[in-house]
Ligand binder design. Structure first.
Ligand SMILES: *Cc1c(COP(=O)(O)O)cnc(C)c1O
Length: 228
């Protein structure tokens, strides 16, 4: 336990330094970049270690895993914020609205309608990011590049200021730079402040291209346990 906790604290410190260095190299204020610590598949012990090291914003892929893992943590630490970053089934929309500060994966009209209904019923309105499938990959979620502006407009018509920005996961094994640049331009064109892009392997490039939020998993928490 001791070593896991100090490993995580050390990794968070080093990532903080790398964020600051990348921001300054890009002429940006490091305070303009928010680190979302992606704790999916890791246990509450690792989340607690990150909390003890000062991390407050976490990302999870699955609604139920997130709710189960974070219920007690959020009751004890009201400052903790949970971002949902994975695909959300429509029938999980209410639970997602209940637990999330931000839903980063608003990726289709059907989910828009389910979330609108859930926001009504729950009386709670998380921040929302539109996910764009920047590489047009069939296995990946997100609206197409060509559909992004219209879908953002539809989301704003429904949710107003809760629509904060855009999110993407560029294709693996490609240079992410042009994808990041496209996403940042999409946010600017639509007057949106949040640009969620960049993971463990490429967050410095994302910062250079204008990320406001980076989602970092294994560089903080270590390798994910294999799925059971
Ligand atoms: C798992 C995941 C991450 C973090 O990935 P790492 O490579 O471990 O940093 C970021 N974003 C999304 C959407 C993810 O599913």
């Amino acid at each position: 336990m001791e070593t896991i906790a100090s490993d995580i604290a050390g990794r968070l410190r080093r990532i903080g330094t790398r964020i600051a260095t990348a921001a300054r190299a890009a002429g940006r204020d490091p305070a303009g970049i928010t680190l979302v610590a992606v704790s999916k598949t890791h246990g509450a012990d690792r989340v607690s270690a990150a909390l003890a090291a000062g991390q407050r914003i976490f990302g999870e892929n699955r609604v139920q895993e997130a709710a189960a893992k974070f219920a007690a943590i959020m009751a004890a630490e009201p400052g903790v914020r949970l971002h949902l970053i994975g695909p959300i089934q429509s029938n999980k929309a209410r639970e997602a609205v209940r637990v999330a500060s931000v839903i980063e994966s608003l990726d289709r009209p059907k989910l828009l309608r389910a979330l609108a209904d859930a926001v009504q019923r729950e009386g709670r309105s998380p921040g929302l990011l539109v996910q764009v499938n920047v590489g047009a990959e069939p296995q990946k979620a997100g609206v197409g590049r060509d559909e992004a502006d219209a879908f953002i407009a539809a989301c704003r018509a429904e949710f107003g200021r809760s629509v904060l920005g855009v999110m993407a996961i560029p294709p693996a094994d490609h240079d992410p730079t042009p994808h990041f640049a496209w996403l940042a331009a999409c946010a600017r064109r639509n007057g949106l402040a949040v640009v969620s892009m960049g993971m463990s392997a490429d967050f410095e490039i994302a910062i250079a291209e204008g990320a406001s939020h980076i989602r970092v998993g294994h560089a903080i928490f270590g390798d994910r346990p294999p799925p059971r």
